[in-house]
Design a protein around this ligand. Sequence first.
Ligand SMILES: Cc1cc2nc3c(=O)[nH]c(=O)nc-3n(C[C@H](O)[C@H](O)[C@H](O)COP(=O)(O)OP(=O)(O)OC[C@H]3O[C@@H](n4cnc5c(N)ncnc54)[C@H](O)[C@@H]3O)c2cc1C
Length: 409
Amino acid sequence: MAGIGIVGAGIAGLHLGLLLRRHDVPVTIYSDRDAEQIGSGRMLNSVAHHHATIEREQALGVDHWPDEEYHYFGHHHYLGGGPQPLVFPGFFTAPSRAIDYRIYLPALLADFVSRGGEFEVRPVQAADVSTLSERHELVVIASGRGNMSAIFPRRADKSPYDTPQRKLCVGLYEGVAPSDPRGVTMSVAAGQGELLEIPIYSSAGHVTALLFENVPGGELEMLAEISYDDDPVGFEKTILDMTRKYHPATFERIDPAAFHLTGPLDLLQGGVLPSVREDYARLPNGRYVVALGDAHVVVDPVIGQGANCASYSAWELGHAIVEDPAFDERFCQKVADRRRNRVHATADWTNLMISAPPPPHLLRMFGAMAQNQAVADEFTENFSYPDRQWDHLATADRVASYLARHGMA
Ligand SMILES: Cc1cc2nc3c(=O)[nH]c(=O)nc-3n(C[C@H](O)[C@H](O)[C@H](O)COP(=O)(O)OP(=O)(O)OC[C@H]3O[C@@H](n4cnc5c(N)ncnc54)[C@H](O)[C@@H]3O)c2cc1C
């Protein structure tokens, strides 16, 4: 049998493939798109990697962007809607970075192939999985949030929403001066949604991703629908007008004369349905397949966790494969156990952040962050550790107990 088969060449499939190659495990990645198609296509997302993920990249030998020019150091919060906005920063213990995935994924795919990984370009259908499972010792489905994930039933107990909770409009722009110190600005317009302003490296150089997370039914929802191609000038004017009105902390650093989208493909509009799926499935032939990345858990991008979670999950699965290559149900259960805490915490925390209206204990945490730098820094650092974040945020009692430990009764 030909080692491990992975369907999907996103971060989930590549981090798993690269880890397995480091242990000389034979791996084939199947993808419906090659590196050229990924690199020349539409913007995929605006992913930021936090330092726990960057540490895995270092261990995998794929830390291609180590210089400070790619780094950012924390979050600048602007919480509007009250009589006075809450404005405060929070800092990481080690930097994060955002590299356009049209650069990142082809680079890692080249690493994978140069290290002896097999790469086959072909769209895999659900009906093909049984055949693949007979070719490989284990098949991992890392094909993102498309149709293939339906192999794994959606878990109603962990998936509280039936529709996307935000209408997204993310693009790459010139003309936005970076925040100081360089960071992601997280601007909240009460009742309307959020704007994530992210320093990102793309083929246009160091630019800014503006990710509008718009509440359905709000005034900004239409940003997810208006057409850039039909009217580029009108599109950019609308983005500027909405930023001025709802996200002033970012608007004040925009030079309207220089502001423009970096290219027609540097824009993505739509929405994602948060879903937690079963960890694995048994095929009719008795073999097991494991879900990884977005095929397993999809979270709204509002706190930038999906890819970081996919990398973490790949790491746990990869080590389980190396330690105990007996791919039966017990193996699948062990994988589920070892990744459950962080993966479910990622989904639970993200779902809390998009709940409408936000619950009082979340608002209490934000209020405390505005008053206490240590609390703001710990919240920010925990973007690398969603399980620790959830220890603080899971209930009103946990928030109270955490804040009491910081002397904030
Ligand atoms: C706007 C936006 C911003 C985001 N920001 C962040 C962020 O800041 N931080 C963060 O951690 N996450 C973020 N995310 C989430 C992140 O993009 C995803 O969680 C992550 O990319 C999922 O990786 P994956 O490898 O599981 O899936 P994908 O990246 O979707 O990769 C799946 C791969 O499988 C291939 N494929 C699909 N179907 C088939 C098939 N049938 N046969 C063969 N191949 C197939 C695809 O071509 C692709 O290569 C963001 C998402 C969005 C939309």
